[in-house]
Design a binder for this molecule. Structure first.
Ligand SMILES: O=C(CO)COP(=O)(O)O
Length: 253
């Protein structure tokens, strides 16, 4: 089965509503071989989705977090079904900025399960810190994060996994394409042990200081199916150039 390349923009807590709507208006609708997903701040999701639909833009939308419960007394939280109602089809789960803020493997596991049950595609983030990398614990850390998050999950092929080494996020010091490919290959190996039939279907993204100028190095790697882009995705020209880099990629066995 072929893996469709995927480029995801994680805006984090940036841009205004005007910027967000401008982004949708300007988005070039011609390239459809790469799936493009924008994850803006929550309040912008619905108006962006409405505008995108009315202009027939090939854009999908994602949230940057969600709660695992369907409803209830959870002040400040949002559920999978609420996200679906405002046009989301993806949700980033377990980003390192949220893990640093206290999110646990157990909470991430619940969120992945709830996203799938609510018909959202989880983009599960994993990755080692600088200290873990130096002490050669990268594979061990990622195995722990994946095993915890995916335990008991039936439909692993529907999960997107983003490898985001913490030391490469927002630092301007990306992992080399060769290093990222090695870790991606390890991730596919870990998935193969958890769910042999899913390993070749799961899409793996690299994230961490991806820019237009280095994106094609990642797209040339066999186990890198796309990218999760932070600061460079705030510029539509940069993000579209990154999408373009994956335009001729054919992923899968
Ligand atoms: O955290 C990231 C995407 O989720 C990566 O951020 P940067 O692209 O700004 O390094």
């Amino acid at each position: 089965m072929l893996r469709k390349p995927l480029a995801v923009a994680n805006w984090k807590m940036n841009l205004s509503l005007d910027d967000a709507l401008h982004y949708v208006r300007e988005f070039d609708a011609s390239r459809r071989t790469v799936e493009a997903v924008v994850c803006p701040s929550l309040p912008f999701l619905f108006p962006m989705h409405q505008l995108s639909t009315s202009m027939n833009k090939p854009l999908s939308f994602g949230a940057q977090n969600m709660h695992w419960n369907e409803a209830g007394a959870h002040t400040g939280e949002v559920s999978a079904s609420m996200l679906r109602q405002v046009g989301c089809s993806y949700v980033i789960i377990g980003h390192s900025e949220r893990r640093t803020a206290g999110e646990t493997d157990e909470q991430i596991h619940r969120k992945v399960a709830s996203a799938l049950a609510g018909d959202l595609t989880p983009i599960l983030c994993v990755g080692e810190s600088a200290v873990e990398r130096v002490s050669r614990r990268t594979t061990q850390v990622i195995r722990r994060q994946l095993t915890a998050a995916l335990e008991g999950v039936k439909d692993i092929a529907r999960v997107v996994i983003a490898y985001e080494p913490v030391w490469a996020i927002g630092t301007g010091e990306p992992a080399t394409a060769a290093y990222a490919q090695t870790v991606h290959s390890d991730i596919r190996g870990i998935i193969r042990r958890i769910s042999p039939e899913s390993a070749e279907k799961v899409r793996l993204l690299y994230g961490g200081s991806v820019k237009a100028k280095n994106a094609s190095e990642y797209s040339a790697q066999p186990d890198i199916d796309g990218v999760l882009v932070g600061s460079a995705s705030l510029s539509i020209a940069e993000f579209q150039a990154i999408i373009q880099s994956f335009g001729t990629k054919v992923g899968g066995p």
